[in-house]
Design a protein around this ligand. Sequence first.
Ligand SMILES: NC(=O)c1ccc[n+]([C@@H]2O[C@H](COP(=O)([O-])OP(=O)(O)OC[C@H]3O[C@@H](n4cnc5c(N)ncnc54)[C@H](O)[C@@H]3O)[C@@H](O)[C@H]2O)c1
Length: 270
Amino acid sequence: MIHQLLKGKRGIIFGALDENSIAWKTAVKIFEEGATFTLTNAPIAMRMGKINDLASQCNTQVIPADATSEQDLQNLFTKSMEVLGGKIDFVLHSIGMSPNVRKDKPYGDINYEWFLKTLDISGLSFHKVLQTAEKLDAMNEWGSIVALSYIAAQRTFPDYSDMAQAKAVLESIARSYGYRFAKLKKVRVNTISQSPTKTTAGAGITGFDVFYDYAQMMSPLGNATAEDCANYIILMFSDYSRMVTMQNLMHDGGFSSTGITDDLINRLSK
Ligand SMILES: NC(=O)c1ccc[n+]([C@@H]2O[C@H](COP(=O)([O-])OP(=O)(O)OC[C@H]3O[C@@H](n4cnc5c(N)ncnc54)[C@H](O)[C@@H]3O)[C@@H](O)[C@H]2O)c1
């Protein structure tokens, strides 16, 4: 299923850590669809991950950037425009991290310094990316910017902890900045709310396997995979979704509109 949908477009992809990352799978498919892009990740993650393998596979470069650092982001956008030979058409923000989740802190005994870190890395960094792009006038008209979210922004999933607040911030930024960027440059800004997916960030959440299986049973189409998510992101970066902006787009096999399923009834019936 390759259509060269992104031929001639230039982009920046945040968050490819290893082969399981949603950003990794997306980069491979975007490359097949004819776009050129730079890859980026936090310097510390790059030491642990395999992003350089992905860069050579996609014939591109890695430009390190901590997404909470405005200076790093300025350097990233400036260098990306140099390397790619022009302004940017798409940006994927595929970033999430909570020290409280990582260290299994109960929600009633949260570390507030870590909470701020969660908000900065997983929420506010999206604003920093957008503001940097605006200030450097780095986006082409009708460009598309996507961040990845999760339904815990709307409903409670106890072990998702402070990441739920970060995702609510992320989705709100997409609406507020989406308005601004549409007026300024016809750039669209959206979040995609993805099914549970087996990645490093996903597996870091206590009880992940259970809510993965639960979501599988509660979604009439089943959980959306990372590959499905990559395809949806390609659609959102293509010219076929030009009038979609300021949305939180559910990409979850129907989970968010389902009350109960036959699978679950059968499972719970005595
Ligand atoms: N896996 C799931 O179940 C799931 C479900 C819905 C949404 N998401 C979201 O998808 C996105 C991608 O996560 P993933 O599941 O592919 O996991 P992943 O662990 O592969 O990716 C998370 C990425 O965030 C990067 N990151 C962390 N701190 C950073 C910083 N300061 N600066 C720059 N990058 C930083 C990590 O290095 C990593 O590459 C996240 O926003 C996540 O919340 C994941």
